[in-house]
Design a protein. Structure first.
Length: 320
């Protein structure tokens, strides 16, 4: 059966993600998985759990208020979910032998942890710039997803969301995503979809508080009653790099962070070109996605240069 809208098949338990490198905070599961590189990613995930305990011990006094506390006895399902999320961001993957592999971007993120106290703001901008480049390369149809999209599907979903936000007062409600953008499979149709949203938004006064206003957008791509919004939200969470680039309000709108608009505009100015062979396998596709780490426009500072130099030339060779 062919999928004609963006899939939400893996969105049942996608956790909220925050890749911002806050002062004194380590994204526990990410660093644990990266530190467990070369170990087998199979149940009971002993090595990964050991690394989780290690990171928790190192950062036991630096937990963020209100955040769900990481724990080494996290369920296998939750570990697999985190692995999938970090894989999609081009940070790590599991090879055919079921062993964890970190990409150069993953190693860079992991290595920069030791320098956070001195370079926190610069490190944040660096990681966000790299993250934008990686997310920008993702295509809806690719070898890492199970959805059966038509062969002509070539839309870049995260770029489509950023483009829509920039054209629509830097904000996008989940209803517009569900009823318009998630039905776009071709890159050539993104612009007309944005124009449709602009027209409807103007006609309803910019608010979707009534059913007639919502229905004017079109038919929903996901219609699961009270669960609809929850199922759609992970697309926005990932496009927002885990809350760094996009944040939501009580009315259902997701707003771009003004701080990073120049970085987003810079990324949107240069459409990615998917090379021949990138869609041949998970490996070739993730090599292409992770190679965004070397093309992101960034001139490392003195304290970053060592880790940058060590990883820059290794992006593709190390993914095998």
């Amino acid at each position: 059966m062919t999928d004609t809208t963006w899939s939400v098949a893996s969105h049942d338990v996608v956790p909220p993600v925050d890749f911002a490198l806050h002062l004194g905070e380590v994204p526990t599961y990410l660093h644990a998985l990266l530190r467990a590189e070369h170990s087998e990613f199979t149940e009971p995930y002993t090595e990964v759990r050991n690394r989780i305990s290690e990171v928790i011990d190192e950062n036991s006094q630096r937990a963020r208020p209100g955040a769900q506390a990481p724990r080494p006895d996290v369920s296998p399902e939750r570990l697999r979910t985190w692995k999938k999320v970090f894989e999609e961001f081009g940070l790590l993957y599991v090879e055919d032998d079921q062993r964890l592999r970190a990409t150069a971007l993953g190693r860079l993120v992991n290595g920069m942890h030791d320098d956070l106290r001195k370079q926190i703001e610069g490190a944040n901008d660096h990681v966000i710039r790299l993250g934008l480049s990686v997310l920008s390369r993702h295509t809806l149809r690719n070898p890492t997803v199970s959805a059966a999209y038509p062969p002509e599907t070539d839309v870049h979903p995260y770029r489509a969301i950023w483009r829509a936000c920039r054209a629509l007062d830097d904000r996008l409600p989940w209803e517009e995503l569900n009823r318009v953008l998630m039905g776009v499979l071709r890159e050539d149709d993104v612009e007309s979809s944005i124009s449709h949203i602009q027209s409807i938004r103007a006609s309803v006064g910019g608010s979707y508080t009534t059913s007639s206003a919502v229905e004017a957008l079109g038919q929903p791509c996901v219609a699961e009653g009270a669960e609809t919004r929850r199922r759609i939200t992970p697309w926005l969470t990932k496009a927002g790099f885990g809350g760094v680039l996009l944040s939501s309000d009580d009315e259902g709108f997701w707003h771009l962070n003004p701080t990073y608009l120049p970085l987003i505009d810079s990324e949107l100015a240069e459409p990615p070109v998917v090379p021949d062979g990138a869609m041949n396998s998970r490996r070739t596709y993730l090599e292409y996605v992770a190679s965004g780490a070397t093309t992101a426009a960034h001139e490392p500072g003195h304290s970053e240069r060592t880790v940058f130099d060590e990883t820059e030339q290794l992006v593709v060779p190390q993914v095998r």
